[in-house]
Design a binder for this molecule. Structure first.
Ligand SMILES: Nc1nc2c(ncn2[C@@H]2O[C@H](COP(=O)(O)OP(=O)(O)O)[C@@H](O)[C@H]2O)c(=O)[nH]1
Ligand SMILES: [Mg+2]
Ligand SMILES: [Zn+2]
Length: 351
């Protein structure tokens, strides 16, 4: 890797030199999806897999390469996957605690300079959740910038009100934008400097991939169709690093459903106080508010006290939250799959 290319600065060059690595053999992880990798250097972007030795040495999920990592790799064979031998130390990181896993972390992205904490100012706006993302950025040494999307869906007064709330939560920069009107997009694009790495973080459906496509200048990545609630379902299933025309790099991530930012540790708050208050009047204590008799939430919905979009978003977030409140049995199964994955890599090496 040429010094300066893809964010490979003097700090990383020194890390490589200290380990006796030739800078030519360093590449950057450009995509991760279910244990398969892509790496890129100045010349190309190719599939890659872990060397058997590296797989043997991996003790926890945090040791696995993640998008944005610089790695020592062998890309010599033209037709086979490149082999990743070593992960260079991370300058910064975005990671989350795996629910119920003690001190084990799942890496989201590495070597990010600035994280865009993206919330839609429509249904997704949630200062509590933003605080958790701010903590995640602070923990990993990443500068946060808050991005409020979909300003076209709310009034100017509502936006001002939300910006006031944000000012009580954080002093970092806040950019409000709309991909429909284009408002705020130039301000955001101006933040992106050559050689720096940015990461889009936020719930599914807030417009991260739409934003990235606009920055790239074409429909490079698939976005999702608008659902009846105006939010939607996710389509980004992997973490990927895009290089913009000016040399800035942007990492897109799946939404929090996949990353589980709403884990069991945090519980399900979601900021639905009025629904919580209503549910105290439901006939059944464990009412799911989806058709049980004597449900106070459904009554409020029918007489217009509770807005339908609020209700739909509540159900969506609740479902996401439950997904991460998996039983310990399900979690163990997941861990077994991870163990099996490592074993299969080791086996390939042994064969
Ligand atoms: N009204 C409105 N819709 C938007 C805006 N930005 C994105 N969307 C829509 O929101 C949906 C989700 O966008 P997507 O980029 O896939 O979200 P992601 O899951 O965060 O990557 C898509 O249907 C987009 O067209 C915006 O500024 N205003
Ligand atoms: Mg996306
Ligand atoms: Zn109910």
């Amino acid at each position: 890797m040429m010094p300066g290319a893809l964010g490979f600065d003097q700090w990383f060059a020194a890390q490589a030199a200290q380990r006796g690595l030739d800078a030519c053999g360093v590449a950057r992880i450009s995509a991760v999806a279910r244990g398969s990798y892509r790496i890129r250097d100045a010349a190309r972007d190719v599939p890659a897999e872990l060397s058997g030795r590296l797989a043997y040495r991996i003790a926890s999920a945090a040791d696995l390469p993640c998008v944005g990592d610089f790695v020592a790799a062998d890309v010599s064979a033209e037709d086979a996957a490149a082999i990743i031998h070593q992960v260079l130390p991370r300058k910064t990181f975005l990671r989350r605690k795996r629910p119920g896993q003690g001190l084990d972390f799942q890496m989201i992205a590495a070597n990010v300079d600035t994280a865009f904490l993206v919330q839609s100012c429509h249904f997704d706006f949630n200062p509590n959740r933003l605080e958790r993302y701010l903590a995640m950025a602070g923990d990993g040494g990443v500068e946060p910038v808050v991005v409020l999307t979909k300003t076209d869906l709310i009034t100017r007064e509502d936006l001002e009100h939300k910006l006031d709330i944000l000012r009580t939560v954080t002093r970092c920069s806040v950019i409000a934008c709309s991909m429909v009107t284009g408002g705020g997009c130039d301000a955001l694009a101006r933040l992106l400097s050559p050689g720096r790495t940015y990461c889009l973080l936020g719930s599914s459906g807030v417009g991260k991939t739409t934003l990235l496509n606009r920055l790239v200048g074409r429909e490079a990545f698939a976005t999702q169709a608008v659902s009846s609630t105006g939010e939607g379902i996710h389509t980004t299933t992997r973490r990927q690093l895009a290089v913009l025309g000016n040399g800035a790099m942007v990492i897109d991530t799946p939404g929090m459903r996949e990353l589980g930012v709403l884990g069991v540790d945090q519980g399900f708050d979601g900021g639905f106080e009025e629904i919580a208050a209503l549910s105290a009047h439901c006939r059944y204590a464990d009412c799911s508010h989806q058709g049980e008799p004597g449900c106070a939430v459904r009554v409020a919905l029918e007489n217009g006290e509770l807005h339908h979009d609020r209700y739909a978003n509540y159900l969506k977030l609740k479902k996401e939250s439950e997904y991460h409140g998996m039983s310990s049995l399900e979690k163990r199964k997941k861990d077994r799959n991870f163990g099996r994955f490592l074993k299969s890599v080791k086996k390939r090496q042994d064969d």
